[in-house]
Design a binder for this molecule. Structure first.
Ligand SMILES: [Zn+2]
Length: 92
């Protein structure tokens, strides 16, 4: 069957290491993101930050929905980006 995902050639996730390292090594707060709830698109630096004992909570300045959660458990750090429909980093 044409288009069946099992028929496609693919690489494992290691092949994404280069592009992802570019993304995560930049000043992420200058990145633009779109709120998955209201669609507002702005720099992550404009988000409202609420630190708590487990990490950070960033909320949309437009609708106050959660854009991002960063939780530090000591052994691990978790990043939840469900509140964003995309993150854009501009080069240059
Ligand atoms: Zn919003």
């Amino acid at each position: 069957m044409t288009g069946d995902v099992n028929d496609l050639d693919y690489l494992d996730g290691n092949a994404a290491a280069g592009p992802l390292s570019e993304f995560f090594s930049t000043d992420v707060v200058s990145a633009r993101c779109r709120c998955a709830s209201c669609g507002r698109t702005d720099a992550l630096a404009t988000a409202r930050l609420s630190p708590n004992s487990h990490g950070l909570l960033l909320r949309c300045p437009g609708c106050t929905e959660i854009l991002m959660r960063l939780v530090d458990t000591g052994d691990s750090v978790f990043l939840d980006l469900q509140g964003m429909s995309f993150v854009e980093l501009r080069r240059g």
